[in-house]
Design a protein around this ligand. Structure first.
Ligand code: WT7
Length: 644
């Protein structure tokens, strides 16, 4: 089987030819300052143009880009497009239920609505530098709230609507946020998500010290909710058309915080700043998707994840593009939903996750082919490695073998794409993310930190800063250093394993730390363990990932119980519920395996490698088990795995 797929040579306007890629890449690393200053002045509108691009060090860790420049991101996404593109469509809202009315906003209308939202935030008491927590469904108001924060200089922290009140409370507390923006309810696959009720519950969590002064509530479903006098306000009661100028922000002023899981402790509040992030999302959107004026772009991610931040909101709007905001799910009302939306809005560029592709691939191709996909020009994937079989299905069935597929590798911490083929510049290799984006310098190192050359496999680091890089963990710079710069000093460590082939293509092999990737969402095994051991009948828990046909990885939990407690199905159900309560439905365990003990070394360290192998049903390569305190435990664990 040929594992190289040629890009179709049919785009006269492409932003990057193969020759241009080589020249630009070379310049971007050899003359980074000039390259990025040029890009910055070309792609963004500044009050004060920067005179210097990168000013950074990875040891000690201090990262700045365009530091003497000033700009406003909302102005760049909205206001600056008005003279030329006031009537162009900015956003297309496609509701959960195809029978409900959608809505479309031109740039002029978007401007009007962002001003309304910004005025509502001001009326709520929000000022420059305040943290504002968004707990929103996928509706236009979610994007308005992000843009309105950027307009007035507030820092948004979006929390995905699938997180529980407990998890929401933790994220409000961690950044000492005084304001929450939410909706009465969300809708997903005809299920009502009680967002406002969850906010109420979060604000009453006894274990957290919260300082929330105001809650802004968008009416969406009209579902019944309670409003607390003095604290809660309807959005439509606080809007106004009053003039609301954009705040002039320093390039290094914070733009947003986004919580993401790591291998230890609570989720980290990754902080992105204004200028560098803006440039990174603007440039990657332009090149990776080869975006052409007037094209309809659809990224199916939720704004609760970084993909939604960078490629539903900021990237498309910075390019005066048209972005689809989709509230629904791929399988409601049927498995043809994605392609129905593609046909309805004549989507040109479609960007989704391998887990969705795999789920739809299992159904009949009829669901795809019955909808007109002739508008499609480019397809993208993100979030986890895509298996070649799913890649082929996406390319051949969905894209009719005429649309380049971009497999974009990046992370919450990178702000935007880092490794990806470009549509008409690179041949594609199914399963490989491809080549580094401009300015990105990947480095593979062995476990001792020694750089590896040529075709090889190792730990993926990035050796030089790029404009979209996260600057710190909010309020905890030491944790930022510890998490990303301590394993391999002087380098940013991604946490991913990776292979580089002889053509210089990168193949991500998955996380090498205790983070698992469930349906493209990052989950810290330590977080799930903490949730499990909170249960009074649980003594210890060890959580690992295992291969899952649709989700990529599933969540496998080994649990030991307190003396005298009984392992029952009811208790299993209870534990699942416990995790949903502490973290949210996104973290629901797939398997709970009760065991009388966990494999530990004599010094008491849990041997996760063995637990991973057993969860994977791979008993041939358990490695050395002689250092276990109780070697006979392995057989009992295997038996337990096989009997499930
Ligand atoms: C982790 C980052 C980037 C937005 C969505 C996830 C994995 C991401 C790919 C890809 C293989 C990928 C990595 C990475 N990942 N994209 N194209 N191929 N793996 O953001 O939650 O910050 O997770 O997702 O393991 O480290 P995130």
């Amino acid at each position: 089987m040929a594992d190289i797929v040629r890009y179709p040579a049919n785009s006269p306007d492409t932003h990057c030819t193969p020759e241009e890629y080589d020249a630009r890449y070379q310049r971007s690393v050899e003359d980074a300052d000039a390259f990025w200053l040029e890009e910055a002045t070309k792609r963004l509108d500044w009050y004060q143009e920067p005179t210097k691009a990168g000013d950074w060090s990875f040891d000690p860790v201090d990262i700045k880009w365009f530091a003497d420049g000033s700009l406003n991101l909302c102005h760049n996404c909205v206001d600056r497009h008005l003279p030329e593109h006031a009537d162009r469509t900015a956003l297309i809202f496609e509701p959960d239920d195809p029978a409900s009315p959608g809505r479309t906003l031109t740039y002029a209308q978007l401007h009007g609505e962002v001003v309304q939202m910004a005025n509502a935030l001001k009326a709520l008491g929000v000022t420059k530098g305040d943290r504002v927590t968004l707990y929103m469904p996928m509706v236009i108001e979610g994007l308005l709230a992000m843009l309105a924060c950027a307009r007035i200089g507030a820092i948004h922290s979006v929390v995905f609507g699938g997180f529980s009140p407990e998890a929401l409370a933790g994220r409000i507390e961690a950044c000492d946020s005084n304001f929450v923006i939410t909706a009465d309810e969300g809708l997903r696959g005809n299920k009502h998500i009680p967002l406002k009720a969850n906010v109420d519950a979060a604000l009453e969590e006894p274990d957290h010290t919260l300082n929330v002064k105001g809650v802004l509530v968008v009416r969406h479903t009209g579902g019944e909710i309670t409003m607390k006098e003095g604290r809660d306000h309807w959005y439509h009661d606080l809007t106004s058309d009053a003039d609301c100028p954009c705040e002039e922000m320093g390039a290094e002023d914070p733009l947003f915080i986004l919580y993401t899981s790591g291998s230890t402790g609570k989720p980290k509040g990754v902080l992105h700043t204004t200028g560098g992030y803006a440039l990174w999302t603007a440039a990657t959107f332009h090149y990776t998707f080869d975006y052409q004026p007037g094209e309809v772009f659809w990224c199916s991610a939720d704004i609760g994840w970084v993909t939604g931040h960078s490629y539903v909101t900021y990237g498309p709007l910075l390019n005066a593009g048209t972005s689809v905001v989709f509230e629904g799910v791929p399988n409601y009302p049927d498995f043809g939903r994605f392609w129905e939306v593609v046909a309805k809005h004549k989507v040109n560029i479609f960007y989704t996750a391998p887990t969705a592709i795999r789920a739809l691939m299992r159904e009949h191709d009829e669901w795809v082919v019955k909808h007109d996909r002739s508008s499609l020009r480019i397809l993208g994937t993100v979030g986890e490695p895509i298996n070649p079989e799913a890649w082929r299905w996406y390319y051949e069935v969905v894209g009719e073998s005429r649309c380049p597929v971009v497999d974009t590798w990046w992370q919450t911490e990178t702000g935007g794409h880092m490794i990806t083929t470009l549509p008409y510049a690179h041949d594609m290799k199914p399963g490989s993310a491809g080549k580094p984006f401009f300015g990105v310098q990947p480095l593979l190192v062995d476990n001792e930190g020694q750089p590896l050359d040529g075709a090889t496999e190792g730990n993926l680091c990035i050796s030089a800063s790029w404009p979209g890089q996260a600057r710190t963990v909010y309020g905890d710079h030491d944790r930022f250093i510890e998490a990303y710069f301590s394993t391999f000093p002087g380098r940013y460590f991604t946490g991913d394993g990776c292979r580089r082939d002889a053509d210089g293509y990168y193949w991500i092999t998955g996380r090498v730390d205790d983070v698992i990737n469930v349906s493209g969402h990052r989950m810290g095994t330590a977080e799930v363990e903490s949730a499990l051991v909170l249960h009074s009948q649980v003594s210890e828990a060890a959580v690992v990932g295992y291969p899952h046909d649709v989700k990529g990885q599933g969540i496998y939990c080994y649990v030991t119980l307190m003396e005298g407690e009984e392992a029952t199905d009811d208790l299993k159900a209870d534990l699942r519920q416990q995790v949903r309560k502490e973290i949210g439905p996104v973290a629901t365990p797939d398997h709970i395996h009760f065991t009388d003990d966990l494999p530990k070394t004599r010094s008491g360290k849990i041997m996760r490698r063995i637990l991973r192998k057993i969860a994977e049903n791979d008993y041939g390569s358990l490695g050395d088990t002689s250092t276990l305190a109780d070697p006979s435990l392995v057989d009992r664990l295997i038996e337990g795995r096989q009997n499930r």
